[in-house]
Design a protein around this ligand. Structure first.
Ligand SMILES: CC(C)(COP(=O)(O)OP(=O)(O)OC[C@H]1O[C@@H](n2cnc3c(N)ncnc32)[C@H](O)[C@@H]1OP(=O)(O)O)[C@@H](O)C(=O)NCCC(=O)NCCS
Length: 158
């Protein structure tokens, strides 16, 4: 396998982003899921807006896009990572770590002190990736209504 490339997408990449994001949603939630259906009908302006307000990092191997993670400023102190996804055919090659490393680098450049994320507590593959990069289960771990199985993990970057 060639070395993966990870790059932050910009507004002009909105078609690439839309395609990758919909692939990720279809794979993880299915095409009948309300979130897939909602984003399926996003306009160009909505995709562009998401790229403006959040940072999106995409992984590519030989020009094939195979992974995505989103990052958003949560507060002055912290950046929140969400929707990490690697295409099934590309799993098991450390692409998740490459995506997360790019997002954490971005968080540091934003002068954040903390990076947080939420993960289903049964998602052993994802949790192992986060733990390898130094994320720990956050001490104050309030369960969010509707997401009873999710835990918060955090990494200090300040
Ligand atoms: C979780 C996920 C991002 C990991 O991405 P990845 O690039 O495959 O990560 P890694 O290469 O570090 O592999 C992580 C673990 O996945 C498992 N794995 C390895 N090869 C795999 C394959 N071909 N298919 C599925 N899982 C595999 C292994 O348990 C591996 O851990 P190990 O290296 O200790 O054996 C990816 O599986 C994924 O997109 N899953 C669906 C979406 C998801 O759960 N996102 C996280 C939301 S919080």
């Amino acid at each position: 396998m060639s070395a993966p490339r990870v790059a932050q997408l910009n507004e002009s990449d909105w078609r690439v982003f839309a395609n990758l994001r919909l692939r990720a949603l279809a794979d993880t939630l299915g095409t009948d899921d309300p979130q897939y259906r909602q984003e399926m009908s996003f306009t160009a302006a909505q995709w562009r807006r998401r790229l403006r307000v959040h940072a999106q990092f995409a992984a590519a191997i030989d020009d094939h896009l195979v992974g995505l993670v989103g990052a958003q400023r949560e507060s002055v102190e912290s950046v929140y990572l969400y929707s990490l996804w690697v295409a099934p055919s590309a799993r098991g090659h450390d692409l998740a770590a490459a995506l997360l490393t790019a997002a954490v680098h971005w968080a540091r450049a934003q002068r954040a002190r903390m990076v947080t994320l939420r993960v289903n507590e049964d998602n052993a593959a994802a949790r192992a990736v986060y733990e390898r990069l130094g994320f720990g289960v956050a001490e104050a771990n309030g369960k969010t209504a509707g997401h009873a199985n999710e835990i918060t993990m955090s990494l200090s970057v300040g």
